[in-house]
Design a protein around this ligand. Structure first.
Ligand SMILES: C[S@@+](CC[C@H](N)C(=O)[O-])C[C@H]1O[C@@H](n2cnc3c(N)ncnc32)[C@H](O)[C@@H]1O
Length: 239
């Protein structure tokens, strides 16, 4: 299960340094975060909001105290999604320029709602124990090797409060792993994501397809993941 072809230490190092290099050349703007598709941001946020609303109406919802935005970029998701639902949001992002821009972008109005800004790659990051109700990772996990993704998801489990969940929103390929040499990332197929979740000790509680994105883009899925012991019901569906 190594979709990243990163079996040697050198390859793995290159996989990560190439991504750092790529992102250092990208403007700290919404368009930069979304690869020139800034106009899909509202559509993206709309379905994410619906997912969270449905989650909060479920039988054993997470709390609304603290969320973590992983691979946060300039804080687009924190600003338009997470601060609407949670009292505090922390951000983790490896590009220091984006994190600095996030401080401006989130502005004084949201200041009370922002907790920590962690400047770190997710492959080296461990959330504090039992701190978060929701850990949200979007359009970043293709930058982790499969084995680092498994370890990251395990450490996220330790970071969850009771009833806490991990939410992943990512592009999904139709069958094979697609490699993007330009930004040094991979796009995984659904079955690989599921194998990774299982290996990390997580159950997929809901799997929902993003709607209304322009034709020609990858299919995007949202996955709500719970530690295996906490699973009460499974639904796999479109919104
Ligand atoms: C496509 S942008 C998405 C940003 C944000 N999640 C959003 O949806 O607006 C990818 C982000 O992941 C960050 N990133 C890339 N590799 C990373 C890594 N290994 N750890 C943490 N962040 C990473 C990039 O710097 C960039 O901010």
């Amino acid at each position: 299960m190594d979709s990243n072809n990163t079996t040697s230490v050198e390859n793995e190092e290159k996989f990560y340094t190439d991504a750092i290099h790529y992102w250092s050349s990208i403007p700290a703007t919404i368009d930069g975060m979304l690869g020139g598709f800034g106009f899909i941001s509202q559509t993206d946020i709309r379905d994410s909001k619906l997912l969270l609303k449905q989650l909060f109406n479920s039988k054993a919802p997470p709390g609304k105290d603290h969320a973590l935005d992983c691979g946060a970029g300039i804080g687009r998701i924190t600003k338009y999604l997470l601060t609407d639902f949670f009292h505090k949001v922390d951000l983790v992002e490896q590009n220091p320029n984006f994190l600095n821009q996030a401080k401006q972008y989130l502005g004084p109005k949201l200041q009370d709602k922002i907790g920590n800004y962690y400047s770190s790659g997710l492959q080296c990051f461990e959330p504090e124990e039992s701190k978060y109700d929701v850990i949200w990772s979007q359009w970043v996990l293709g930058h982790l090797t499969d084995s680092d993704l498994v370890e990251f998801l395990k450490s996220c489990q330790n970071g969850l409060k009771p009833n806490g969940v991990i939410i992943i929103k990512e592009n999904v390929s139709s069958s094979d792993v697609d490699k993007d040499e330009q930004d040094s990332s991979v796009t995984r197929p659904l079955d690989l994501y599921h194998r990774i979740f299982t290996k990390a000790g997580l159950d997929c509680y809901r799997q929902v397809k993003q709607r209304n994105f322009p034709k020609g883009l990858y299919t995007v899925y949202m996955f709500i993941l719970k530690p295996q012991t906490a699973l009460s019901e499974v639904t796999i569906e479109n919104v």
